[in-house]
Design a protein around this ligand. Structure first.
Ligand code: GLA
Length: 700
């Protein structure tokens, strides 16, 4: 096949190509902008089908239930889920979008649509990421007139899969301490909604979908997959119409949403990425991993340091001597970054005070943080710190000075969770205060890592000053978080940030523009973690996944198992080192050293989910360097009733012709042999294995 042309145009419309996939849209003979094709790239431009035209009209059939409209407005006789709902100043709520023009610039296509009557312009943006086999879509809505226009829904995209029913939807759901379960369910006529209403991405659901025809697996079958880069309320609607037309809308949640566009104003949605894979889920995940590492993360190519976090050891009882004792032991084990968690700031002895006042507690740190940092640095480690900037305890100087800065309705209870309220990050004065406080910390201390936490969901979402535009709070809040984080990132570009929200409550491509890592769960029990890590890997690469070895799981899960689980991401240690025996610390040092030898493969290589941990008590995952010369295989057995025969593990991603040596096996064999005949690893309950894979020659 010739090289892909990023964007081409002919009589039938536009074709957007990536290395192996294509997406086509165009006008049908009835003048509707419709989806034409999403799948494998075809050899010739003429191969892409024209936009379908309605063939069977009846008074009960709206066009949108038959025709895959590219970006339907709420209008006419369309009863399916529209992408855009607006109210004009004269209270008309029908949106009739007509094609105006197309602009192609390099890898970008912009289609401009205009309302047939009102000065409303909608731009549909498409960007092709050719090498990653991904297409990004987002939308700009412009009020080109004088009267305000109220937006009630504005999706980022509606993704159509090929005509026909019998699809299944894969999504991720869970709860605090139990995130990222892979769920698979048939898509039947009607609408399946997955969303967040919590002001943040949520532990409960992820802005991610994958659709297949019921028989795709990790390596085979067609999969259509999408994500949304947004860290606030979002909504995904998978709809199957009565004519078996299947589509997924994704965007900012329209539940309790509105946005008023005044004269000349514009609103831009977050982007949604879409991927088509002809070879199962693994392939699509790897495309996302590469894209995130190469183009989204601030430091996607910087190997992450092995860190120690003191939370599960000292909880709120931090002070200089306790942290130094832990730091000395951590340094002996080869740890490179020491992170002090919650409890260090003014008035913080428990979770009921202090949030909002980001200066060191004078009792715990009479000389400030610098003596501790100096000691940590002298031990050869970097220093990192925990903060929770979006929150405030009523028992804090910040709240006493600015009670109106918390999100609230004046006449209603201010519901506290974990004794805290949420600061209204939509307000510029709040943003500026946080920027100043955190900037002070980063300017006056040698801090190279910040864990940014967010430990509750919203309640009473009021903001008096917004008057009748109350529902803008949701979006303004997220924009405020992005502004604070973005400003600090610009001022302190060397800092590595971690997104934490009581574990995995804020994992999305929006936050990863600022944060290099995610704390994916507060649950560090290793057998539970295996499943959470697998779900997380559907979208996110291993380098973004910080994983600590703690005391959770001990003693029934051995230290080596706990390390192996955490070595599948960015390794950290979070156990109480003072309670570890010298032998355990010596063993830990060996694991840390081993991790350092393989971390580039894990953090930057291709990940293959060989045997699912969510579905099996015996699981395996493999990472391969991009040049296929080096790899590492992890296998885990949790509890299996005996007698049990463990299945062979068939590797993936090797060069079939090359010869590979695998640790623990005397005989080198071809890549094809390891991938098809596989290998066996015998493990007892709660045992694990780490095996290196090394290319040692070619077959010729
Ligand atoms: C949240 C985080 C934990 C820890 C605590 C501190 O729960 O997820 O890792 O930082 O807050 O209060």
């Amino acid at each position: 096949m010739p090289n892909p042309t990023p964007i081409c145009q002919n009589d039938h419309g536009w074709v957007i190509e990536t290395r192996t996939t294509a997406y086509a849209l165009g006008m049908n003979s009835a003048g509707m902008l419709a989806h034409r094709y999403w799948g494998a790239r075809l050899p010739r431009l003429e191969d892409y089908p024209p936009a379908p035209t309605p063939i069977e009209w009846a008074s009960f059939n709206g066009a949108a239930s038959i025709i895959p409209l590219e970006y339907p407005g709420y209008a006419g006789t369309d009863y399916t889920e529209p992408c855009l709902k607006v109210a004009f100043a004269d209270h008309v709520r029908d949106v009739v979008l007509r094609f105006d023009r197309a602009d192609i610039e390099g890898d970008m296509l912009t289609l401009t649509l205009k309302d047939a009557h009102y000065p409303l312009t909608v731009q549909l943006h498409y960007q092709t990421h050719v090498e990653y086999d991904l297409i990004a879509r987002w939308v700009t809505v412009i009020n080109a007139g004088d009267a305000p226009i109220r937006l009630e829904r504005v999706a980022s995209a509606q993704w159509h899969v090929p005509f026909g029913g019998d699809y299944q939807l894969t999504h991720l759901s869970g709860k605090w301490y139990d995130e990222m379960h892979l769920r698979r369910e048939p898509l039947l006529p009607g609408v399946k909604v997955i969303e967040s209403r919590r002001i943040t991405t949520s532990h409960q659901h992820s802005p991610f979908f994958a659709i297949d025809r019921g028989h795709a697996d990790e390596t085979t079958g067609e999969v259509w997959l999408g994500v949304l880069a947004w860290s606030g309320n979002w909504k995904l609607m998978a709809e199957v119409t009565e004519f078996a037309s299947t589509r997924v809308s994704i965007g900012i949640n329209d539940w309790d949403f509105e946005w008023t566009l005044k004269a000349g104003e514009r609103f831009t949605t977050p982007y949604s990425l879409g991927a088509y894979s002809a070879a199962g889920y693994g392939n699509a995940s790897r495309a996302l991993h590469d894209f995130i590492r190469d183009t989204v993360l601030p430091h996607g190519r910087t190997p992450h340091k092995v860190l120690y976090n003191s939370w599960e050891a000292t909880f709120f009882a931090v002070d200089e001597p306790s942290q130094i004792r832990l730091a000395e032991l951590a340094a002996e084990m080869g740890v490179e970054l020491f992170v002090m968690d919650d409890g260090w700031f003014r008035g913080r002895s428990l979770d009921n005070a202090g949030l909002g006042d980001w200066t060191p507690d004078p009792v715990k740190f009479p000389n400030g943080l610098n003596p501790l940092i100096a000691r940590v640095n002298a031990l050869g480690m970097d220093f990192g710190l925990w903060i929770e900037p979006e929150m405030v305890n009523p028992d804090s100087d910040l709240y006493r000075a600015h009670p109106d800065w918390a999100i609230h309705f004046p006449t209603r209870q201010h519901t506290q969770m974990r004794s805290q309220l949420i600061l209204n990050l939509g307000r510029e004065d709040v943003q500026d205060n946080l920027i100043a406080q955190i900037d002070w910390l980063l300017t006056h201390h040698n801090i190279t890592f910040i864990k940014w936490d967010m430990n509750r969901n919203v309640s009473e979402p009021g903001w008096a000053e917004l008057g009748e535009h109350q529902r803008e709070l949701w979006v303004r809040y997220v924009q405020g978080v992005y502004r604070v984080w973005g400003t600090l990132r610009e001022r302190h570009p060397q800092v590595i940030w971690q997104s934490c929200s009581g574990g995995g409550g804020r994992a999305d491509l929006g936050i990863l523009r600022f944060a290099d890592q995610v704390w994916i769960s507060d649950n560090t029990e290793p057998t539970a973690r295996l499943g959470i890590q697998e779900g997380y890997s559907m979208v996110f690469p291993a380098n973004t996944m910080e994983a600590w070895v703690t005391d959770s799981g001990a003693p029934y899960v051995p230290l080596s198992f706990r390390f192996h689980v955490s070595m599948c991401g960015s390794l950290g240690v979070g156990g109480h080192l003072l309670h570890w025996t010298p032998e355990q610390r010596a063993e830990a040092a060996e694991h840390v050293a081993r991790y350092k030898a393989i971390r580039e493969i894990v953090q930057f290589g291709d990940q293959y989910r060989l045997i699912s941990a969510q579905a099996n008590a015996f699981s395996a995952v493999q990472y391969m360097s991009k040049d296929k010369t080096e790899g590492v295989l992890f296998a885990f057995r949790t509890h299996l009733p005996t007698p049990a025969i463990l299945p062979p593990i068939t590797l993936q991603g090797l060069d079939p012709e090359a010869i590979y040596e695998i640790e623990g096996f005397e005989q080198p064999r071809s890549g094809a042999a390891w991938m098809h005949a596989g290998l066996r690893i015998e493990l007892h309950d709660y045992q694990s294995a780490l095996r290196s894979i090394r290319r040692v020659g070619t077959n010729s």
